[in-house]
Design a protein around this ligand. Structure first.
Ligand code: FEO
Length: 164
């Protein structure tokens, strides 16, 4: 059974949103890199790649279901953040928005009795729990650190160890 037009459109929109997330985190990585926070930058580069993988999951799924891929323009992300806290607060807020998008997609799949899409979206439901937890933890750590340059560099060093 193929995808409904409505479902196909919504999945393509999510593909675009995941690409935007990838852009946003790459933009943040570049800003950190230019300020010599190479660990934060490395963490965000990994995150950007992960978002690209998310986009590809939607891409592959749409094709697998016989749908049509419709790529559209990606919004330009912000390119400057005043502090590490401001940047990571943005990542956390962004992830909460993405979680809502995934829930809306799931609601549509339920409405349409599209069981395959419901199943596929379960992976994203779980993934969002992890992404929110990760980014929220970094925000809380940055709040404790406050304006301490030492604290920033210690966290920068630790986050720079992220491999995947
Ligand atoms: Fe693709 Fe960060 O959600």
């Amino acid at each position: 059974m193929g995808l409904s037009k409505k479902m196909e459109e919504a999945l393509n929109k999510q593909l675009n949103a995941e690409l935007f997330s990838s852009f946003l985190y790459l933009s943040m990585a570049a800003d950190f890199q230019s300020k010599n926070f190479t660990g934060f930058a490395a963490w965000l580069e990994v995150q950007s790649k992960e978002e690209n993988e998310h986009a590809l999951k939607f891409y592959r799924y749409i094709l697998e279901r016989g749908g049509k891929i419709k790529l559209s323009a990606i919004d330009a992300p912000k390119n400057e953040w005043q502090t590490p806290l401001e940047a990571f607060q943005d990542t956390y807020e962004h992830e909460k928005k993405v979680t809502n998008m995934i829930y809306k997609l799931l609601e549509l799949a339920i409405e349409e009795k599209d069981y395959a899409t419901q199943e596929m979206l379960q992976w994203f439901v779980k993934e969002q729990v992890e992404e929110e937890a990760q980014t929220s933890q970094i925000v809380e750590q940055l709040k404790i650190i406050g304006e301490s340059k030492n604290g920033w560099f210690m966290l920068d060093h630790r986050l720079g160890k992220r491999k995947e």
